[in-house]
Every structure is written in structure tokens, then in C-alpha cells.
Design a binder for this molecule. Structure first.
Ligand code: PLP
Length: 290
């Protein structure tokens, strides 16, 4: 497997990062995950824009221009035979003596890219849906930054796995349940459907602005699907007709059980089927464009 590290493509086995890298010591860095279909990166401009916003959020200068990133991503894609892959792109504040404050003068950022085969969710999951738990969103107040410091997400996702579930739906706690609201999943965005209306939580500092989330809302708008972007209370989750999960690798999946209870009739609903088909068509269209 070939990876890219700090200016060179090399075999994975030869790639090493010094132990004083601030990514290793502090989790001081950001990342992106870019799906690649038919050897073409999907929504690259949008991913690079979000990368810039994450870098701005941690006050780290972007080591590359958009043109340079595009070239790197395409070279990384070309290193691999699989036509469908995902590119993992990771930047840290570089290697310096251990001190919380930024190194002065700044040191070169560490830049790492790798490609992995894109594993689509098995057809059975699309047929039956996945199960989720709800749990308290105990992360920080900058969840819009795609930070490599993922320990809270790791622990939340493990709570779901321990409960035999695929995802944890995160709830920011208010004074009581009526005041508590859904933010996102531990590694996905979450949509709700009620009475034929698609509901999405608003993008803010408490959730990652998902690239797939945007595609879903664009598809809803373009296809006259009624939707609202608004705060979604914890109670609404348990009264939903449908719950949907979105992310670049998982695309869109139905959540059919939450906290052990059926969502709606416990089967993937009409909104899911419609959005799933629209998403697949959209991908095909994009890939056909020159
Ligand atoms: N929210 C979190 C916390 C995530 O980790 C992810 C993806 O990894 C998403 C949302 C979905 O983002 P995207 O659609 O860009 O993959």
C-alpha cells in the first residue's frame, strides 16, 4: 500500500512520524475523508473548503493551495487499483518540543494521505436498517472542526457498539428532556422524518457540517421534498416516522431501532428509499460529467 507523507509517496511500511509530532502528543491536527467513485473524488471542492475551515478553526496555515491538494489527491487515487476508494487526509501542527502553546517560530506541518477501499454498507443494512442508541453529547463546543482529537467520538461510538448498535445519536442536555436536542451521530449526521417532512438540525458549532448532509438537503430542495432545518428535540426522536444517518462512507442509511424501540413501523421508510435512490442517481450523474 502506498501512502503520502510530507512530500513523498512511499510504502506504508516505510512511513514513520516522530513521537514529538503534535498530532501524536496533543491530537493537534485536522483531517478529511473524501470518497472516490470511478477514480474521481466526490465533492472535492467542498471537502477542501471544510478542510480550510477546520484549519482556520485551529489557527494552522494551510500547507497547500487548492490546486496542490487536488494534484496530491489525484496522485494518491492513481496509486491504487480500486476505482472506488476513500482518501484520508491528515494535517498536524508538526514536530516540536512538547509545549501546549504553538511552536514559535511555526514548524512545518505534517501532511499524511492514504487511500483505502470504499466499503459500501452491505445490502442487508439498506434492507433492514441499523440500530442506534441515544446518549449525552459530552464533546467540546467546536464540533464543526474536523479535529483528529476524536477520543470523545471514539468513546461514544464504543457505547453504541457495546449496546450492539451501529451508531450513537448525540443529545446536548438542557434543563430537562424538552430542552435537550439532537446534534448528530458519533460519526455521522442524523435526519428525522415526521409527517412526510424531512427535518435536519441546523449547522452550527455543535455538529460537523457533513458533505453528505449538504447533498441530501440539495436533493430534497431539487426534488420538492418538504424539509425544515431546525432544532430537533430529544422527544422528537422517539416520535419520528423515520430516522436517517448520513456520512461519506455510509452515504444514507435508515435507523430502524433506537434505544431498543422501533422507529415508525420498524422498517426503512419511503423517505429513506427516495433519498437513497436520488443519492445513487446523483452520484452516477456527477461521475458522468467530464
Ligand atoms: N458528523 C461526524 C461527527 C462525523 O465524523 C462525520 C463523518 O465522518 C459526519 C458527521 C458526516 O460527514 P460527511 O458527510 O462529510 O462524511
Amino acid at each position: 500500500m502506498t501512502i503520502y507523507l510530507n512530500g513523498k509517496f512511499m510504502p506504508l511500511e516505510e512511513a514513520y512520524v516522530p513521537v514529538l509530532d503534535r498530532g501524536f502528543i496533543f491530537g493537534d491536527g485536522v483531517y478529511e475523508v473524501i470518497p472516490v467513485y470511478s477514480s474521481r473524488p466526490f465533492r472535492l471542492t467542498e471537502h477542501l473548503k471544510r478542510l480550510q475551515s477546520s484549519l482556520d478553526g485551529i489557527r494552522l496555515t494551510n500547507p497547500h493551495s487548492e490546486a496542490e491538494w487536488t494534484e496530491l489527491v489525484n496522485e494518491m487515487i492513481a496509486c491504487n487499483e480500486e476505482k472506488d476508494q476513500y482518501i484520508y487526509l491528515h494535517i498536524t501542527r508538526g514536530v516540536a518540543r512538547r509545549d501546549h502553546a504553538f511552536p514559535q517560530p511555526p514548524v512545518a506541518a505534517t501532511v499524511f494521505l492514504m487511500s483505502s477501499p470504499l466499503l459500501y454498507p452491505p445490502a442487508a443494512l439498506i434492507e433492514t436498517g441499523v440500530s442506534a442508541i441515544t446518549t449525552i453529547d459530552n464533546r467540546w463546543l467546536h464540533c464543526d472542526i474536523k479535529s483528529i482529537s476524536l477520543l470523545p467520538n471514539v468513546l461514544l461510538r464504543q457505547q453504541a457498539v457495546d449496546a450492539g448498535c451501529a451508531e450513537a445519536i448525540l443529545i446536548r442536555q438542557g434543563k430537562d428532556d424538552t430542552d435537550s436536542f439532537m446534534t448528530e451521530g458519533s460519526a455521522s449526521n442524523i435526519f428525522l422524518v415526521k409527517n412526510g417532512i424531512l427535518l435536519a438540525p441546523p449547522k452550527n458549532n455543535l455538529m460537523l457540517p457533513g458533505i453528505t448532509y449538504d447533498v441530501i438537503l440539495e436533493l430534497a430542495a431539487a426534488n420538492n421534498i418538504p424539509f425544515q432545518v431546525r432544532k430537533i428535540s430529544k422527544q422528537e426522536i422517539f416520535n419520528a416516522d423515520e430516522l436517517l444517518l448520513t456520512s461519506s462512507p455510509k452515504e444514507v442509511l435508515p435507523i430502524t431501532t433506537v434505544d431498543g424501540k422501533q422507529v415508525g413501523n420498524g422498517k426503512p421508510g419511503d423517505m429513506f428509499k427516495l433519498l437513497h435512490d436520488l443519492y445513487q442517481n446523483f452520484k452516477r450523474e456527477v461521475m458522468r460529467q467530464p
